[in-house]
Design a protein around this ligand. Structure first.
Ligand code: TXA
Ligand code: MG
Length: 338
C-alpha cells in the first residue's frame, strides 16, 4: 500500500472521511498529537488500527467526537461532574473514561466496559468526524512504543505502507497526548495520564483530584492498572533516555561531563548554560514549551544517532507533570537522583 500525504482542504478531508466510512485507517492531526483513526463502531476497522500500530489488544482506544451531543451515543452515564468538565474542557485535550455504550465494540475499548471519549479542538479532526458521520477511534499515530507524532512527517515515517492516507495539518500545538481521567466517585477526579489539562486546572471543578501512582512509578508485573496504557514502556526513542533529577545545574553539568561519551547529548532548558564538550539540545523554558518540544527532540536525537541523552527533568506540576511522566516512561522509570 502506498501512503498518500494530503492537505486539509474540504475536498481532502472528504476523501479521508470516505475512507473512514469504508472501514479504513487514516492519519489526522489533533491539537495534541496526530491520531490514527477508524470508525469506532466497526470491529474490523478498529482491528486494522491495532495491526497498523503494532499495539497490544488490551490497550484501549480513545473515541473521538465532533459534538457534545454525540457523547450519549458513546457512554451510558454522564455524572454531573463529568458534564461540568465536558462543558469547560470539550473541545480540548481532555479524555474522560465513562461506562461504555453497547454500540462501541469491546475491541475498541480493549475488552473494558468503560471507554475514553474526547472531543478534539483541532478543526480538521472535528471536520473529519463530522463528515464521516461516525465516532472515530484513534490512538496516537506512532508505531507502538515510539514517541507520539506531532507532524504529518513523523506519521509518515512510522506508518508508511501501512495506511492509505495522512491529512497534513502541520505541527500539533500541544505536543503531548490528552489528559486521561476517570471518576472514583461523584467528587473525585482520578488522573490516569497527565496532559495539558493540568490537575491544578481540574481542581477548580472538583473537591478532590488524585494523580494515579502509575504516573510516577512503574506498574509491577501482574498488577491491576486503572489505565492499561500505563503498563507499557513508551514514547522511547532509540537513544537511551537518562533523566537527571537535580535543581542544581552545576551538579547536572558535572555528572554529564563525568559520564558522557562523544555520541551522547543532553537535553536542557532554554536558559541553561552550555556544557563544554557535550552537544546540548534545548526543550523550552515553560511547561507548555517543553510539552510542545519533547517528542520532536526525541525524534531529532534519533536522527543525530544519539546513544545516551542526559535530560534535565522539569518540575513535577502543571503542564510539566505531563513532560515529567513521558520522560519517566521513556527511561523505563530509571531516574538518576543527584
Ligand atoms: O491526545 C490524545 O489522547 C491522542 C489523540 C490522537 O487524541 N490519542 C492518544 O491515544 O494518545 P492513545 O491510544 O495513544 O492513548 C490512550 C490512553 C492509553 O494510555 C489508554 O490506556 C487510555 O488512554 N485509555 C483509553 N481508554 C481507556 C479506558 N477505558 N480506561 C482506562 N484507560 C483508557
Ligand atoms: Mg499513544
Amino acid at each position: 500500500m502506498t501512503t498518500k500525504l494530503l492537505g486539509t482542504s474540504l475536498e481532502e478531508i472528504t476523501l479521508a472521511a470516505e475512507r473512514i466510512r469504508q472501514g479504513e485507517v487514516v492519519g489526522f492531526p489533533t491539537e495534541t498529537v496526530y491520531g490514527l483513526g477508524a470508525n469506532a463502531r466497526d470491529e474490523r476497522a478498529v482491528r486494522a488500527i491495532f495491526e497498523a500500530k503494532g499495539r497490544p489488544a488490551d490497550n484501549p482506544l480513545i473515541v473521538h467526537i465532533s459534538d457534545l451531543s454525540m457523547l450519549r451515543e458513546i457512554v451510558t452515564d454522564i455524572p454531573p461532574l463529568a458534564q461540568k468538565l465536558a462543558d469547560v474542557f470539550m473541545p480540548g485535550a481532555l479524555t474522560m473514561v465513562l461506562p461504555k455504550h453497547e454500540s462501541i465494540p469491546l475491541v475498541t475499548s480493549g475488552g473494558l466496559y468503560t471507554v475514553g471519549v474526547r472531543m478534539p479542538k483541532h478543526p480538521v479532526a472535528r471536520e473529519l468526524i463530522r463528515i464521516s458521520g461516525v465516532p472515530i477511534a484513534a490512538p496516537s499515530a506512532n508505531r507502538s512504543g515510539s514517541p507520539s507524532p506531532t507532524t504529518a512527517q513523523h506519521v509518515y515515517t512510522d506508518m508508511q505502507g501501512r495506511i492509505p492516507m495522512i491529512l497534513d495539518g502541520g505541527s500539533c500545538e500541544g505536543g503531548v497526548e490528552s489528559t486521561v481521567i476517570c471518576f472514583d466517585d461523584r467528587d473525585t477526579i482520578h488522573v490516569l495520564r497527565p496532559g495539558l489539562v493540568t490537575p491544578e486546572a481540574l481542581s477548580r471543578f472538583a473537591p478532590r483530584v488524585l494523580v494515579d501512582k502509575a504516573v510516577y512509578a512503574p506498574v509491577a508485573e501482574g498488577e491491576r492498572v486503572a489505565s492499561p496504557g500505563m503498563k507499557y514502556k513508551h514514547y522511547a526513542p532509540k537513544a537511551r533516555i537518562l533523566p537527571i533529577d537535580t535543581d542544581d545545574f552545576a551538579s547536572f553539568a558535572k555528572f554529564v561531563k563525568g559520564h558522557a561519551n562523544e555520541r551522547d547529548y543532553c537535553l536542557v532548558f532554554d536558559d541553561d548554560p552550555s556544557i563544554e564538550g557535550i552537544a546540548c539540545l534545548r526543550y523550552g523554558s515553560t511547561g507548555a514549551e517543553r510539552a510542545f518540544a519533547l517528542f520532536r527532540r526525541f525524534r531529532e536525537l534519533d536522527e543525530l544517532g544519539a546513544e545516551h541523552v542526559y535530560v534535565r527533568i522539569p518540575p513535577k506540576s502543571g503542564e510539566d507533570l505531563s513532560v515529567y511522566n513521558r520522560l519517566l516512561r521513556a527511561s523505563g522509570f530509571e531516574v538518576i537522583s543527584l
